[in-house]
Design a protein around this ligand. Sequence first.
Ligand code: PLP
Ligand code: COI
Length: 346
Amino acid sequence: MTGTHDRTVVDINWNNLGFSYIRTDFRYLAHWRGGEWATGELTRDNVLHISEGSTALHYGQQCFEGLKAYRCQDGSINLFRPDQNAARMQASCGRLLMPAVPTEMFIEACRQVVKANEHFIPPYGTGGSLYLRPFVIGVGDNIGVKSAPEFIFSVFCIPVGPYFKGGLVPTNFITSQYDRAAPHGTGAAKVGGNYAASLLPGQEAHEKNFGDVIYLDPATHTKIEEVGSANFFAITKDGKKFVTPQSPSILPSITKYSLLHLAEKRLGLQVEEGEVYIDRLDEFGEAGACGTAAVVTPIGGIQHGDQFHVFFSETEVGPITRRLYTELVGIQTGDREAPQGWIVKV
Ligand code: PLP
Ligand code: COI
């Protein structure tokens, strides 16, 4: 293990962080060879040296996760539901024939990376957090379309601010004719191929000044699936129900399941995972994008063909979206009581 005494002097404007790569001091690296994971280590080297025949490079045999560490008011550090990310990564690995990383190993790797890079955690109250990016890739000499002989599990971290415009500022989205995943494909796994498929539609959306794409169900293109980088939710016009799409081809968002719980248990709303038809958006008074990077981003409006549907407002956040945000972020940063098991202290 590399000594962690020699740390970069961090000179970051914490209040001005976006979502871009910043090289931090340490990352965790573990190899799978001969049928098992070797003990991982922290390393300063942010460059991977892998075979040119690695399946991750040719056949997309790789998956990743995203979770955050938060500085609390009392100085302690919270990880939000890392067991859920571990479980989802195990499912992604299973879908792509990669060896699963055990939950304890996953959480221990996250802990080590956060501790070693503690000086990069944005201070409490800045709205920033330390984004952790665990990933598994197929490596080793290979050329046939088959699972890799070796794998790497790594976790690196980056201090981040908002992914979209910031805080509770409404963002506009646009539907696309492209799909990010097939009806029975890999949409529910957090694998790079889904994101590769979303790069072109994402760029087209940005060129038209939209925050991201809203994907429709790949079979009929009549129902909202999710955003390219987050899940979708909406609140019915009477303010009584939290609705979010149910589909086998969307990523099962940990933030979405957390909001489903909070909407029901803390806000007293009815909750439903169901169908959200793109031509019935009038039923909703508020809508949002939710995810680790996106947190809870109010959706101002959605462009679909030549129609632009505005929900609550293009400039103001709706009251229920605000309450959901406050509840979720309060739990993550230690200001509100967390449901059992949601917070792991580093
Ligand atoms: N959907 C997609 C396509 C994503 O990339 C993400 C981000 O992880 C999410 C949804 C939200 O998932 P989570 O809340 O687990 O971060
Ligand atoms: C996340 O929220 O963790 C994501 O992976 C979304 C995006 C950065 C791809």
